[in-house]
Design a protein around this ligand. Structure first.
Ligand code: ADP
Length: 163
């Protein structure tokens, strides 16, 4: 059985991530999405909120599960008996960082390989950071994230404010 993990911050999940999830779910018997801690990023949503949003939007995929981990990626992959890490490449700008990550992970665990999926061009410019920037100013992000995530962003940024 081929098992892959797809790690990320998913703060929040976007149509770009969903594209990678749907396409990689067709390639592996099982895909475990890992909401992991990226020390370099301060997140808007809690891990529980990020998991809930992902579950809501990928509920129809029965070979995909979502979980949180505060472990190193190689240990998270081991816990799930996965020997492949899935990552997405949007543009050349992602390449250097992703290559370094893949090489370090392979050094730490030679059994773990990374497979890159290139994003569909229509989502190449989408990032969680851009989504948050637009949503913070009440902009329209409905082409970038699913309706459920649009609502959660509204709640976050309008939190406490009632009409
Ligand atoms: P991280 O904090 O690990 O970078 P992200 O949630 O930002 O987590 O991204 C997780 C993975 O998804 C990364 O491999 C990233 O390149 C990829 N990704 C993010 N946005 C897109 C997108 N629009 N299209 C394809 N891949 C994407």
């Amino acid at each position: 059985m081929s098992i892959a993990v797809y790690p990320g911050s998913f703060d929040p999940v976007t149509y770009g991530h969903i594209d990678i999830i749907q396409r990689s779910a067709k390639v592996f018997d099982k895909l475990v999405i890992g909401v992991l801690i990226n020390g370099a990023k301060k997140t808007l949503f809690t891990p529980e909120e990020r998991i809930e949003m992902i579950e809501k939007v990928i509920g129809h995929l029965d070979n995909v599960e979502v979980t949180f981990s505060d472990k190193l990626l190689i240990d998270f992959a081991k816990d799930h008996h996965a020997d492949i890490t899935v990552r997405g490449l949007r543009a050349v700008t992602d390449f250097e960082y992703e290559l370094q990550l893949a090489q370090i992970n392979n050094k730490l665990d030679p059994e773990l390989d990374t497979m890159f999926f290139t994003t569909s061009t229509e989502y190449a410019y989408v990032s969680s950071t851009i989504v948050k920037e637009i949503a913070a100013y009440n902009g329209d992000v409905s082409q970038l994230v699913p309706p459920y995530v649009v609502e959660k962003l509204k709640e976050k940024y309008n939190g406490g404010r009632h009409e």
